[in-house]
Write a protein that binds this ligand. Structure first.
Ligand code: ADP
Ligand code: ZN
Length: 684
């Protein structure tokens, strides 16, 4: 039940169902998934085309401008009066009458100035006296010609006025369409962009995926299938058509799928479920068709559909089903899956973190009938992941990846990868050539609780309150038997909202929590608030996050773990989205629900009273440590325990072998807890 008993209290949650919200929230970013880089595969080509178009347009405009200037120099407009004057004066040799103007060609004169060397023509508009004009012209011996339509010019002008805009609009539209549909042109809206994201060689093998041994084992078999389809088909065995990779975000589902392709040496087609869903009805279905067509051509291969819940969402309305387009897409997917021949060696891998909302039809035998759980890594897995990612990172001797793994329970692969990278950046920032343990711990804290906000100035009074609050947590847990050791207490605010926090690191990874441990956790969580009330006789908004966590634990105890006196072993809540936020639904009557609330309240009230009692009995120690914390801002668990033991008159404990490494970490190298939004509410 407790795969992530992360440093409770401010440190974080403990139980599988209610705990890991925050951890999940900031995780998605790491796992970009497929689809990204491929999308603009033909981008440069399209750009070239556009450039060409713009260039020719500009040339055209310039040409026509130059032409008009050139003719303007020799071709002068004159008024109708002037024209008649010239006519009467007998200066005109000939005229040409066109639809809208009269071109006038004067008689050749002997040039007097250099300007006269240029043959000049004139033109004027047509007045409505055509019949008299013709007579006059003839009387004056002027040659008259009617314009012979110049077809080439006309063609050009038609091109310019009709065809060009048309072409431009078409280009623009197709450009927009492409943008909207991510592929095809206006004629091929539904073209799959799957082929854009094909990797012939993923270059990733199972070695790159750390932890997740069970998942790898299940996939090993399909790899063998893909490698060697003949071996299986000879006997009559069929390759499974699809497998569903199920797990929280960032645990390496995409990575595993790529590794399968890499191990089998087959191409990797990938698409995210949301890529299928478009503005237009029918697009998704046609994409599915294209995807399978393309894949069949390239068989054997892997088709990976990330976020398959986006299309595979149950068609009944409970999960927001009933979307025409999605249903069509899903139906197409189902029929394609039924249709293709596995002996060719096509394997479909789907990834999701919400398996519960998938349509049953998708999960039945012959479709995604295998389910491979890719869960959050355990301690061993985390160490392995850290090792994989630090392979190419220069590290000095102080680095102890086991300690990091112990401090990061609940973190997933992408978090850990991120931490290693942050640590390397830290080292560079400090001008060091090797990453040391301190960098790593800083990175852990950075990923989990954000940056230190050194410039935030808290008033003296606030610092006092925060200090008492944190020491309240720590002291309560130290006074109890079943609490995890305190590793660090700090009142340096963090960017993710915590004004201070206490970090606990378990001595070993736990998979179960006893009722006594849960109880102590509750008391510890409300210890902060209890200290505030005890010392300042007032309470602050700072306990909001503690209260939320405590309530979650208490509620789970009552509704899921059968740990309440009143209800006993009744399951009153079921976890709905196990891999995402651990959301639960009540499955009991309203009356019972009200009673559950009452029971939860009672449990919390009891815990609070107990915390207050513990603290008031140890008020002197509380004052002492709080004062010390105000002065130091950050103290280690060791310092804390020293004062605690001295005040209590307890003997020094014998150093435990396996704990030594951790205890000797200097103050700043202390590790991190999951986000502690103490005083988080005050932030808003
Ligand atoms: P998911 O698809 O489950 O959301 P990804 O496969 O996209 O997660 O993982 C994101 C990144 O996290 C990977 O590229 C890898 O760097 C790292 N990662 C996650 N899990 C593991 C693991 N088990 N071993 C090694 N690296 C991992
Ligand atoms: Zn607190």
């Amino acid at each position: 039940m407790s795969e992530n008993n992360l440093n409770q209290y401010d440190g974080g949650p403990m139980n599988g169902s209610s705990g890991n919200n925050r951890n999940n929230n900031n995780r998605n970013n790491g796992s970009g998934g497929p689809g990204g880089p491929g999308g603009n595969g033909d981008g440069p080509k399209r750009q070239n085309l556009l450039m060409l178009l713009i260039a020719s347009l500009v040339t055209l405009l310039m040409m026509s401008w130059v032409m008009s200037k050139m003719t303007g120099a020799t071709d002068l407009e004159i008024s109708y009066n002037e024209f008649i004057e010239k006519l009467e004066a007998g200066e005109i040799e000939s005229v040409q009458i066109t639809d809208d103007r009269i071109n006038i060609y004067p008689k050749k004169t002997t040039p007097k100035t250099p300007q006269d060397m240029i043959p000049r023509t004139y033109y004027t508009g047509r007045a409505e006296d055509d019949s008299t004009l013709t007579r006059r012209l003839l009387e004056n011996d002027v040659e008259v010609a009617k314009e012979i339509p110049d077809n080439s010019g006309m063609l050009f002008s038609i091109l310019l006025t009709y065809v060009l805009p048309l072409v431009l609009v078409w280009v623009l539209l197709s450009f927009l369409f492409r943008r909207m549909s991510g592929g095809g042109g206006p004629m091929g809206v539904g073209k799959s962009n799957a082929k854009v994201y094909v990797q012939k060689e993923t270059g990733i093998t199972f070695k790159d995926v750390a932890g997740e041994d069970e998942a790898k084992e299940s996939l090993q078999e399909v790899v063998d299938f893909l490698h060697n389809p003949g071996k299986y088909s000879k006997i009559g065995a069929k390759l499974p058509k699809g497998a569903l990779l199920v797990g929280p975000p960032g645990t390496g589902k995409t990575l595993l799928a790529k590794a399968v392709a890499g191990e089998a040496g087959v191409p990797f087609f990938s698409l995210a479920g949301s890529d299928f869903i478009e503005l237009y009805v029918g697009v998704g279905a046609s994409r599915v068709r294209d995807l399978f067509k393309e894949a069949t051509k390239n068989a054997p291969c892997i088709i990976f559909i990330d976020e398959i819940d986006a299309i595979g969402r149950s068609r009944d309305s409970k999960y927001g089903g009933g979307n025409e387009e999605r249903e069509q897409t899903l139906n197409q997917l189902l029929s394609e899956m039924d249709g293709f021949d596995t002996s060719k060696g096509i394997l479909i891998l789907g990834a999701t973190n919400r398996p519960e909302i998938l349509d049953k039809a998708l999960l039945r035998p012959g479709r995604f009938d295998r389910r491979i759980i890719v869960d959050k890594p355990d301690l061993k897995g985390r160490v392995a992941i850290l090792k994989v990612h630090s392979k190419d990172v220069l590290m000095d001797d102080s680095v102890d990846l086991d300690a990091i793994a112990l401090a990061t329970s609940g973190a997933v692969g992408s978090d850990l990868a991120n931490m290693i990278n942050e640590a390397a950046i830290n080292a560079v920032k400090h001008g060091r050539e090797y990453v040391c343990q301190k960098d790593l711990f800083e990175a852990v804290e950075l990923v989990l609780v954000g940056k230190e906000k050194k410039d935030r100035i808290m008033s003296k009074e606030e610092r006092r309150i925060v200090s008492y609050h944190e020491v309240g947590h720590a002291l309560v847990s130290a006074l109890q038997k079943n609490s995890e050791p305190v590793q660090k207490i700090t009142i340096v605010p963090r960017t993710m909202g915590a004004l201070g926090y206490v970090m606990h690191v378990p001595e070993e990874e736990k998979f179960l929590n006893t009722q006594a441990e849960l109880h102590d956790m509750l008391v510890g969580l409300v210890g902060g608030r209890a200290a505030e009330e005890l010392v300042f006789d007032t309470v602050t908004t700072g306990a909001a996050n503690d209260i939320e966590k405590a309530t979650n634990i208490a509620r789970s105890m009552v509704t899921q773990y059968g740990m309440s006196r009143k209800f006993g072993l009744v399951g009153l809540e079921t976890v709905e989205s196990r891999y995402l936020d651990g959301r639960t639904v009540m499955n009991c009557s309203d009356v019972t629900a009200a009673e559950v609330d009452k029971e939860v309240m009672d449990i919390l009230k009891e815990a609070y009273e107990e915390a207050k009692k513990l603290l008031s009995e140890n008020r002197e120690i509380l004052d002492k440590i709080a004062a010390y914390l105000i002065e130091k801002e950050t103290i280690t668990g060791k310092e804390f325990m020293e004062i605690f033991r001295k005040e209590k008159g307890l003997p020094e404990p014998e150093e435990k072998e396996d704990n030594e490494g951790r205890e000797e970490i200097p103050k700043e190298q202390e590790d991190a807890a999951e986000a502690a939004l103490d005083n988080g509410a005050a932030e808003q």
